[in-house]
Design a protein around this ligand. Structure first.
Ligand SMILES: [Fe+2]
Ligand SMILES: [Fe+2]
Length: 153
């Protein structure tokens, strides 16, 4: 069968590194986080905030899981520095998970949400500046591309 010349090939999708996927996700998530920050500043009713917290939880958790499964599992085996750095990043993922669980269990959401936004912004900066560059130094480009394109998560 001849390929249709009008059909986009999507070949570019085959050369996306996992680090680039995660960087783009950080940009998108920062937009959502800025929105949440505006909602909080606007003093919304706790019930409305609670509903939106559920959405923020899903998008942050999906990103954290992708990071852990598609990058950290490989990166942590590459050096002691990488292992230590990855462990520190997972501590923050777990801290954020714990705060979401507390909110879901009925704890006061606003203070915790500010903490989640604050922790996550600092965490993203550290990943952008330290973790992703280290991954690109220690993991072969073809493996980074494989991790960026294979699987559903
Ligand atoms: Fe992370
Ligand atoms: Fe991240």
């Amino acid at each position: 069968m001849n390929p249709d010349p009008h059909e986009p090939s999507h070949a570019y999708l085959k050369s996306v590194r996992i680090t680039d996927v995660l960087r783009v996700e950080h940009i998108l998530l920062r937009t959502i986080m800025a929105q949440v920050s505006d909602w909080l500043a606007a003093s919304m009713p706790p019930e409305t905030i609670r509903e939106r917290v559920a959405l923020l939880n899903v998008v942050l958790e999906t990103h954290a899981q992708r990071e852990e499964k598609r990058l950290f599992d490989t990166l942590r085996r590459r050096s002691d520095t990488a292992l230590h750095l990855v462990d520190m990043m997972v501590v923050v993922h777990d801290e954020v998970r714990g705060l979401f669980e507390e909110i879901e269990a009925g704890a006061e959401p606003i203070e915790r949400l500010w903490t989640i936004l604050d922790l996550t912004e600092t965490h993203f900066r550290r990943e952008d500046k330290e973790v992703f560059p280290l991954a690109e130094e220690l993991i072969e480009p073809e493996i980074l591309i494989q991790l960026g394109t294979v699987g559903s998560l």
